[in-house]
Design a protein around this ligand. Structure first.
Ligand SMILES: CC(=O)[C@@H](O)[C@H](O)COP(=O)(O)O
Ligand SMILES: NCC(=O)COP(=O)(O)O
Length: 244
């Protein structure tokens, strides 16, 4: 069954649990295999410069799994020569450029594209020339949407962390910001994705933005998997998305 909005499952935090003991369990590749079997449209993995969760060996194995299954791997990566070389070696279906700071607990904001076009555009071109769908993980701002278009991105993924942490009127204002940015992105021919911090409720909220074609969700699903299992968590997420 095809769905109007694709669900990308991010398996980073399976690796967080594995790395807590430095062993091999739980295996992110097993999680990715189960996620695909449960109906995930693709797998997302963030190879961070500090390898705090996903490792190079995980990317090797995930690339093979997704290629073998004919399903997309979305590699999240910092804008660095090291990560560009890794992406060009694996040539996943998609690459998503994200900001990174070693001291951050999690991805704290969107990639600063505006004002940094000269540094980002060549990386976007190199990835696109190698056949990858290039996405920029940005704040839902018109300035960043325009800059993403200017550097040749095909996709923007809006950072929904702020939306997820806000409530009441503040959340309503952020939702309008997402709506406005999504509309402008679509007008520019950019595909619109969203992710970070989403749970069943906030993922359902995103369904009210018609331009959104994909959600990437990880931390909440892996947490839910502790209680109900990964397959059930993905089924519930899909149901929450489809109900709206
Ligand atoms: C870019 C993004 O929002 C997710 O991939 C997030 O990076 C999950 O990993 P961290 O929690 O390590 O940031
Ligand atoms: N780009 C967002 C992503 O891949 C998952 O983010 P999260 O659900 O782990 O916060």
């Amino acid at each position: 069954m095809t769905h109007p909005v694709r669900l990308g499952v991010n398996i980073d935090h399976v690796a967080t649990v594995r790395n807590a003991r430095g062993g091999i369990h739980p295996d992110p590749v097993r999680a990715a295999r189960e996620a695909l079997a449960a109906g995930a449209d693709g797998i997302t993995a963030h190879l961070r410069e500090d390898r705090r969760h996903i490792t190079d060996a995980d990317i090797d194995a995930l690339s093979a799994l997704c290629a073998g299954a004919g399903r997309p791997l979305n590699l999240e990566m910092a804008v660095t020569e090291e990560m560009l070389a890794i992406a060009l070696r694996h040539r996943p279906h998609a690459a998503c450029l994200v900001p990174e700071r070693r001291e951050e607990v999690t991805t704290e904001g969107g990639l600063a594209v505006a004002g940094h076009e000269a540094r980002i555009a060549p990386v976007v071109k190199a990835l696109a020339d190698a056949g990858m769908r290039v996405s920029l993980f940005i704040e839902p701002s018109l300035e960043q949407v325009e800059a993403a278009h200017a550097v040749g991105a095909q996709v923007v993924e809006f950072h929904t962390g702020r939306y997820c942490h806000l409530s009441g009127d503040d959340r309503a204002v952020e939702f309008e910001r997402l709506q406005t940015a999504a509309g402008r992105a679509a007008d520019l021919g950019l595909e619109v994705h969203a992710g970070h911090g989403l749970d069943y409720g906030t993922a359902a909220d995103m369904m009210a933005i018609p331009e959104i074609r994909e959600l990437n969700i990880g931390h909440f699903l892996i947490g839910e998997a502790v209680f109900v299992g990964l397959t059930a968590a993905i089924h519930r997420m899909r149901a929450a998305m489809d109900a709206n």
